[in-house]
Write a protein that binds this ligand. Structure first.
Ligand SMILES: Cc1cc2nc3c(=O)[nH]c(=O)nc-3n(C[C@H](O)[C@H](O)[C@H](O)COP(=O)(O)OP(=O)(O)OC[C@H]3O[C@@H](n4cnc5c(N)ncnc54)[C@H](O)[C@@H]3O)c2cc1C
Length: 423
């Protein structure tokens, strides 16, 4: 009996999942597995890596994946522990001949994959990875990832001119799995908002709603800088980060909408933003470690200090700036803030409080439901002036930003605190 194992990571979906399809195609039975690793670890900055909002979102996504697999005759095995420790025994126990996985982006995740691959080699089990998380497939880019341009605009223009986005694969109709005992998926309870429900089902619902039902996609470019509300931006990020939805599925729906209803700057702009996401992911392949270093991509970080009191004030929403406090409160409570607010908060930590940018990035890593290693560290490095930019960073004037984006004070009314103090 030919048996394969699909190692799910940030690809928690059936739709447009080449890894899963290949495993089904090449084997009589497939074992779908997710490793729930020890999450209470801290980064080198002494900050926990994951908060409750993201934990809950991932657990919901796993439960949904399990349901989706049940519907086509399968199931999902969720194991507590790390793949390095568990994979080889699992393969021996189930007589697995090949392991299939999504290609990883972050340097630590890549090292784990390499280690697993080496251990599997020792027991003669094959290991294959697939690029399933970007809009452009890396093989289709008009340059090798090593030669990716430093600046986004150059990358975008080359990719748009000389590459095509592949069509998404349809989900599998059947899967045969070996018998195994299914353990209940742990459930964390958090204060994330009701609309942020993990899982492919919710992701596809949101896609349908944003493009077809509300048609909010028609005005995205004008609304995307707002601070509050549900439909001013797509809200696809958390689903994209856990792979509950594929960027190629989003792309193909937008193209369908453009053909059937309307194509304008706004419909294009969602794709433009997905290209930013691709850009950071590909750039991470070129510089796997640099995005975690103070001087980033060989540039000069203006501020190198870390003051614990300032960090406490910033993270707890107790700085002298009401807008910053409101943003940090929303982030802490919900695990989500708009792109505009992320920029303001990050800029204030780096230039307003004059601190080592990486502590800010590590705090976002802990808080964000949609945390994605490349998008988070890539954007932070960019704002701090040590990333894919040559303009020395983004220093915003907070009062000006408040006037531009919260003129009527409604965001402050929603998330503001009164107890400000100067640091
Ligand atoms: C300091 C900072 C940290 C960030 N950390 C993350 C993170 O950990 N995870 C994450 O997904 N995004 C991150 N972003 C990017 C962006 O803020 C979020 O993707 C966006 O706010 C999510 O809301 P949305 O899905 O409604 O985005 P929309 O505006 O609707 O955009 C559509 C999609 O495009 C992608 N996108 C949009 N803007 C960016 C961008 N600047 N960089 C990369 N991709 C983008 C996202 O996948 C997003 O879902 C960060 C931005 C900043 C400034």
């Amino acid at each position: 009996m030919k048996r394969g194992l699909v190692w799910f990571t940030e690809d928690l979906r059936l739709d447009d999942n080449e890894t899963l399809l290949k495993a089904i195609e090449e084997n009589e039975e497939v074992l779908p597995v997710y490793f729930w690793a020890e999450h209470e670890t801290k980064s080198q900055f002494g900050i926990l890596r994951i908060g409750d909002t993201r934990k809950e979102f991932i657990q919901e996504s796993l439960a949904n994946l399990q349901q989706q697999l049940h519907a086509i005759g399968g199931s999902l095995l969720v194991l507590s522990g790390s793949p390095e420790d568990l994979m080889t025994d699992l393969c021996k126990q189930f007589g697995i001949r090949k392991v299939y996985a999504k290609k990883q982006v972050g340097s630590e995740e890549k090292s784990t994959q390499l280690l697993v691959k080496q251990r599997l080699l020792e027991i003669s089990v094959d290991f294959e990875t697939y690029s399933t998380s970007t809009l452009f497939h890396p093989d289709d880019l008009p340059f090798s990832v090593r030669d990716i341009p430093l600046l986004f605009t150059k990358f975008r223009k080359l990719a748009e001119k000389e590459s095509i986005v592949r069509s998404p694969f349809n989900p599998p109709e059947r899967i045969a799995v070996p018998p195994f005992e299914q353990f209940p998926i742990e459930r964390t309870s958090s204060s994330k908002p009701a609309w942020l429900q993990g899982g492919e089902g919710h992701a596809l619902q949101r896609l349908h709603y944003f493009i077809w039902e509300s048609q909010a996609v028609k005005t995205y470019k004008e609304t995307r800088d707002q601070l509050a509300g549900l439909d001013f931006s797509t809200k696809f990020s958390a689903w994209l980060s856990q792979g509950c939805i594929s960027p190629r599925r989003i792309y193909s729906e937008i193209k369908r909408f453009e053909q059937q209803v309307l194509a304008n700057d706004s419909t294009y702009w969602v794709i433009f933003e997905l290209l930013w996401r691709d850009f950071f992911r590909f750039s991470f392949k070129k510089y796997p470690k640099a995005y975690f270093q103070l001087h980033g991509l060989d540039q000069h970080a203006r501020y190198t200090h870390f003051d614990e009191r300032k960090f406490e004030a910033w993270t707890q929403g107790r700085t002298s700036e009401a807008l910053i406090n409101a943003g940090m409160n929303e982030l802490r409570e919900t695990g989500f803030v708009s792109n505009r607010m992320r920029q303001i908060l990050a800029s204030y930590w780096v230039f307003g409080m004059q601190q080592d940018w990486r502590y800010g990035a590590a705090w976002f890593e802990y808080c964000l439901v949609d945390y994605d290693v490349a998008s988070n560290w890539g954007n932070w490095a960019y704002i701090a002036g040590v990333g894919n930019d040559n303009r020395g960073g983004r220093e915003f004037n907070v009062e000006k930003q408040a006037l531009l984006y919260d003129k009527d004070g409604s965001y402050l009314a929603l998330w503001g605190t009164n107890g400000n103090f100067n640091v």
